[in-house]
Structures are given as structure tokens and as C-alpha cells.
Design a protein around this ligand. Sequence first.
Ligand SMILES: Cc1cc2nc3c(=O)[nH]c(=O)nc-3n(C[C@H](O)[C@H](O)[C@H](O)COP(=O)(O)OP(=O)(O)OC[C@H]3O[C@@H](n4cnc5c(N)ncnc54)[C@H](O)[C@@H]3O)c2cc1C
Length: 420
Amino acid sequence: MSATRETAQAIVVGAGPAGAATAWALASQGLDVIVIDKAHFPREKPCAEYLSPQGSRILDAMGVLTDVEQAGAAQLAGMRVRSPDGGIIHGEFAASHGFSGFRDRGLALRRRHLDPILQRAATRAGASIREGTSVESLIMVGDAVRGVRVRTSGGSTELRAPLVVGADGLRSGVARRLDLAARLPWPRRVAFVAHFRDVSDIGAHGEMHVETDGYVGLADVGHGETNVAIVVPKHLARDAAGDAAGFMMRWIARHPQLAPRFTNATRVSTVGVTGPFASHARRGYASGAALVGDAADFFDPFTGEGIYAALRGGELLGSFAADAIRATSERNALRALKAYDAARVAEFRNKWLVERVIGAAVSSPMLMNHAARVLGSRRDLADILIGVTGDFVPASRVLKPSFLLHFLNPRTWRSNRRAA
Ligand SMILES: Cc1cc2nc3c(=O)[nH]c(=O)nc-3n(C[C@H](O)[C@H](O)[C@H](O)COP(=O)(O)OP(=O)(O)OC[C@H]3O[C@@H](n4cnc5c(N)ncnc54)[C@H](O)[C@@H]3O)c2cc1C
């Protein structure tokens, strides 16, 4: 069968949150956008499925906040983090630190429900979404990307456009083909994610339990279901050996505060396995192409703001990419994409730093226990940190010496050692 050819002003590869938000932002400016995804929706995506309070601002801008709420999203009031020795950090999104999110609550909804709602925002704005369509290669003219060759059940098609957006998630093929992808050496973790009914004592707070053999997140995701996401160092994931469900239950059984809560629980989904995750693009653009969402960077699920970063990245890219598409010269187009990348780094730089500090604490039981003792006795500090993870308190707030000194104070260390 001979290849057919279509043209558009932007081709977005990936119809997850990053692709949907980018397509919505571009189509809303009157641009002709085609989105392709190899999956058929609704599909499962291994994810803890929590969306930060500030994520609601972008849902609202996209015109789908009410849709997400009406789809039965759970409302999360804050987070409870348990350290390996049982210390508890409790933070609320609604607090008295002077910052507030677009909403006082986070939302949590299965991705099989959320992603199609986000895609609806893109199609309402005028984008065309093609499911079951996989990228085979990039079309290059000189050094510039000028489209993609795609395969569908009907054969091959060439989609040509002045801009190709890689919103194709972790292990982005677009980033790899442009030689932009870089793996981070640390952390090397693997996640096992499934949904359960009848887990006991699930309340209005997301829970993270950090253990010496990994961590687990538990959260209500609406419809009477609990998302259970266990993340372990890669070498421990080998024990799963083809039995991911058994691995999850054995992991839970090893932890006495968790096991009784699963006595009457029933798993209602398959187990999604993914990892290692940590990766980032050396740069978020190339001539005729840009990266967004996980394709551009992802560190670790612990702080769980990948959906917000994907939506915000799409929103940001939309405002620069329109200039690139309409540019009258290659030089001006590249300048617009470079400006996007600079804006992306400026937006997320501090957050990346906070994620890495938290990632280090999660890797070390001693640090995590210490952090839980400091933050467990200072609810005001815990609220600030939870607000940073909720995307409405600036990350710079917890990077200030006045915040960090609470963790270094020798008196705190001494009293903590006595408590230990
Ligand atoms: C265990 C775990 C827990 C997490 N928990 C949370 C959480 O609670 N909250 C949160 O905000 N974030 C969480 N995240 C992160 C979040 O899942 C991601 O950051 C988010 O999905 C990124 O969106 P995206 O659109 O960039 O990528 P994705 O959602 O991965 O979408 C990429 C899309 O590209 C498509 N695609 C890939 N290759 C091709 C191709 N060649 N051709 C066509 N289509 C292609 C895929 O089918 C997919 O639909 C978690 C991640 C993990 C691993």
C-alpha cells in the first residue's frame, strides 16, 4: 500500500496530559493540529493519579474542571507521609502560610477517565486526534524536523508540519531520534500500580509510606477505588519475576501498618509495571520540534506532580510554539522554541531541585526519619512543603536557608537522636 500524505501546522505525538494540553493551547489559537497516539483510549497508565490543587487552574482554563469533578474525582485535602520508623508528616493544602491554590483540594481520578476528558478539551478547540497511530520515523529536511511517518492498521501515512511536538512520555521516541534524551543515573526505581476496592481507613488525605525496601502511595481515586502504587529499587523488582500481583501483596504483607488494611481488599485492575523513570532531555527543542511532559523530563513519582508539569508544559509550549509555527524564517522559529525551553527551565528549575532533595531523603531511612521528626513537630513547615508539592507554594520557599536550617539545627539532631 502506498503512503498517503497530510499536512497540518503542528503534529503532536502523544495524547496524554502533555499532548492534550499542547494541542488545546495551539488549536485555541486557530492552528491546525493533529494529535496521534499509538494507544486506543481509554487506556491505563501506571500512575498514582493525583492532580495537585494548582492543576485545577489549567483544567479550568481548558474548560474541563467541571467534567473532571463530575467524572467522580476524589478530593484530597492534603498528604500524610510515614517514615520508616513510624514518624508522620501531615500537611494540608488549605493552611495559614499565606499561599492558596486555585482549589483547596487536589483531585484524583483514574487515567482511563482523566485522559479522554483532557483530549475532549483539545478536540473542542479544533484539534484532530488519531488513536492507534504510531510514529515510525521523523521526516527530516536537512537538520529540521518537518513531520512524522506513522503507521495505522490502514497502512503508512506521512504527516507533515512545521512543528512536531514530542509529548510521547517516558522513553520518548521523538527525543531519542533527535538525540536529545538522557537517562539520569539515579534513582533507578520500578513501580507497580493497581486499583483496589475495600482498602480500610482510606480518608481524604493521600498517603505515602516510606520503607527501607521502597515506598507506597495510597489514595482514593473516586468510584470506591484506591490507587496503590509501590515503588522499589530496581534490583528488588527482580523478585516480581512475572508475578507482579503476587509481588505487590508480598510487599504489603511485610509492613505491619499496611497488611491489616488489605484483609478485605480486592484488586480490580491489572497491575501496571513501569520504570526505571528518571530521565531528562538535554534540551527541550530542536529545529522544527519541541518536547513536553515526561518526554522532556521526569524524576520520580514520590512528589507526584507529573500531570501538573505535563499540563503546565503544554500551556507554556502553546504560547511559544505558535510563534515558531508562524515564523517567517527558520532562525525566528528556532528562537521561539529556544525561548520556550528557557521558560520551561525557569518555571521548573526550583521544583526539580526540591524533587531531588526529597528523592535523596526517600533513599535514606535515616534522613527520612529525621525529616519526619522535624516536620512532624512543625505543622507549619509541613504545610509549606505540601503546598510546594501542590504547585501553589513557590519551590524557592523551601530552598531558603530559614527553612533548611530547621533540618540542620544541631539541637534538633541531638533531640532526634535521643528520640531514636
Ligand atoms: C508510578 C507512577 C506514579 C505517578 N503518580 C503520579 C501522580 O500521582 N500525580 C502526577 O501528577 N503524576 C504522577 N506520575 C507521573 C505522570 O504519570 C506523568 O508525569 C504524566 O503521565 C506525564 O504525561 P505525558 O503526557 O507527558 O505522558 P504520558 O501520560 O505517558 O502520555 C504519553 C502518550 O504518548 C503515547 N506514545 C508513546 N510513544 C508513542 C509513539 N511512538 N507514537 C504515538 N504515541 C506514542 C503513549 O501511548 C501515551 O498515551 C506518576 C508516574 C509514575 C510512573
